[in-house]
Design a protein around this ligand. Structure first.
Ligand SMILES: *Cc1c(COP(=O)(O)O)cnc(C)c1O
Length: 339
């Protein structure tokens, strides 16, 4: 396994995953530009296969391990996620005919469990209160002599995730800034590796929900900070802590991380639906939601060319409708309902 991935790993990932992933569209909006004070170029990973950029890293991680003889039709992969990583894993396992076990929390939405099972993968449940899913995955992998693919803490995943920004820069040319959501830090790590090769002066910014700003706090404090139960609508960013690998890459390559309240997420989902006619999930709009703050703080200059990854579109229609319809005083209620 590669430890600290490089731009060469991102380029290799791009070639490897090309037959299996979409080169997603880049869109913009004059109204959004006016509202934000910059020129935004939005990479539509909500329209990526399985509904998020996660397919990029997952296809790369499986294909690279298969090149190294670590996985095959008889020797599968084990992972843990009821979110987009699990969905991407289900798709890749089906398409590449590599068997997979995905550990999902007992409180996962039934639709996600059913969707994963429909691809023919083995779903095992764990109790998020009681069980250590990383240890469980390691144990299953050991018993079967299979490979663990973690949900963000992996060089091959990170290299695959970096292909989104690589495509974006190849398509639109010069960018002054790149802004992406942050959960465990896999996406921003890959994005920074890709962006800085094309323009060493490009600034790379991450955005977290205020209630789950562990990466922001870790960078400020100089050590990894843990948040025990992050309460935010942005389920893809409810990560308790980043890891040594993503922390090291962020320290070296990321210019800063800001956090936004959930009501900025709702506003951004509305803007994306209204202006771009796109369905995005709450975590998916974090990058966009952070731009106004980055401009207000003077970290992004007015008039800059800013690339943004709209990272995912997997949202239940009921939740989507509730986010769009949400009166401002209902934020707290809605969070409690979704917790
Ligand atoms: C996983 C995910 C993120 C966060 O990615 P990390 O690599 O964990 O930082 C952001 N948006 C969406 C839609 C995701 O699924």
């Amino acid at each position: 396994m590669i430890d600290m991935p490089t731009f060469e790993d991102v380029a290799a990932a791009a070639a490897r995953i090309k037959p299996y992933t979409h080169e997603t569209r880049v869109v913009g909006s004059r109204l959004l530009n006016k509202y934000l004070g910059v020129e935004v170029l939005i990479k539509c990973e909500n329209q990526q296969r399985a509904g998020s950029f996660k397919s990029r890293g997952v296809f790369n991680a499986i294909l690279a391990r298969s090149e190294r003889g670590l996985v095959s039709k008889d020797r599968g992969v084990v992972t843990y996620s009821s979110g987009n990583h699990g969905q991407a894993m289900a798709l890749a396992s089906y398409q590449l005919e590599i068997p997979a076990v995905v550990l999902m929390a007992t409180d996962s939405p039934k639709v996600k469990v059913d969707m994963a099972k429909s691809y023919g993968i083995e779903v095992m449940m764990y109790d998020p209160e009681e069980d250590d899913r990383i240890a469980m995955a390691a144990e299953i992998a050991k018993e079967r002599d299979w490979e663990v693919i973690p949900s963000f803490d992996d060089g091959e995943l990170i290299a695959g995730h970096g292909t989104a920004v690589m495509e974006l820069v190849r398509e639109v040319g010069h960018l002054d800034d790149v802004v992406v959501p942050v959960g465990g830090g896999g996406l921003i790590s890959g994005s920074a590796l890709a962006a800085k090769v094309f323009n060493p002066n490009v600034k790379v910014w991450g955005v977290e929900p205020e209630a789950a700003n562990d990466a922001q706090r870790s960078l400020e404090k100089g050590e990894i900070v843990t948040i025990s139960s992050p309460m935010t609508i942005a389920d893809g960013a409810r990560v308790r802590h980043i890891t040594e690998l993503t922390f090291a890459i962020m320290k070296a390559k990321v210019d800063g991380i800001v956090s936004v309240p959930d009501d900025m997420i709702f506003t951004s989902m509305k803007l994306v639906a209204d202006r771009l006619k796109l369905v995005a999930e709450p975590t998916g709009v974090l990058g966009l939601a952070g731009i106004k703050k980055l401009v207000a703080d003077g970290r992004i200059e007015r008039g800059s060319r800013v690339g943004v990854v709209l990272s995912g579109g997997n949202v239940d229609l009921d939740t989507f409708a509730a986010c769009l319809a949400k009166p401002d005083d209902a934020i707290a209620q809605m969070q409690a309902w979704l917790a």
